[in-house]
Ligand binder design. Sequence first.
Ligand code: ADP
Ligand code: ADP
Length: 234
Amino acid sequence: MIRLSNVQKTYPARRGNPAHTALHGIDLDIAAGEIVGVIGRSGAGKSTLIRCINLLEVPTSGSVIVDGADVTKLSKRDLPLFRRQLGMVFQHFNLLSSRTVFDNIALPLELAGATKAEIAAAVDPLLPLVGLEDKRDRYPAELSGGQKQRVGIARALSSNPKVVLCDEVTSALDPETTRQILGLLRDINKRLGLTMVVITHEMAVVKQLCDRVAVMDGGVIVEEGKVDGIFANP
Ligand code: ADP
Ligand code: ADP
């Protein structure tokens, strides 16, 4: 579903900072339906990697194939359509405070020009899926952190993507809520057969959620394999 081949990303020099290569020739294959964790300390290159998949950054060289297409070769015009195939879930939820739960989840569909009927057909089934049927008309300020992230997850699913990219999605949550959100993501992966890329700096997240893990350090993948294999006790 996703294949990165020899992906390099060099940020150009600016504001007196020298140019910096954040990714040094990354190779990574992610099969359809798989949940792959990308773990590493701050500065390892995890966010850059995810931004090279959703094309918020264009790789300096190398190719990024998503569902058969080299996304680095997409025209500006095709980018919005491509991004709709990717759901993004964020650490700080990124909800709009002036919109209800329903309207936050509907936002990507609205931006894509969907009709009211199409929006209702897509959003209504997502509310029970993420356990928010009774919060439909609430505002973000009325929700707990875990509920806000459930909205974030539903919003990521609203355009029916094949791939969901999760960026430190439990880092702002307490341990019990983290456990619930990871369980929800696992459940959604099983039910919908989605491919997930999960960025985290926490081993516990990888252990609970992921099938496979890539460990990054200094812009390279230093270790990769099945979660059981990598974390097996010696
Ligand atoms: P922001 O308010 O989003 O930090 P900036 O213009 O200061 O806006 O930075 C743009 C982006 O560059 C940010 O996402 C920042 O995290 C990122 N960045 C990270 N490390 C560096 C670096 N070493 N040099 C320049 N930009 C960096
Ligand atoms: P992580 O997500 O693992 O913390 P990042 O991908 O954010 O790592 O950063 C990898 C390296 O690239 C860091 O050294 C960071 O400072 C640098 N970096 C990230 N964004 C930018 C940017 N926009 N401009 C320059 N350097 C950046």
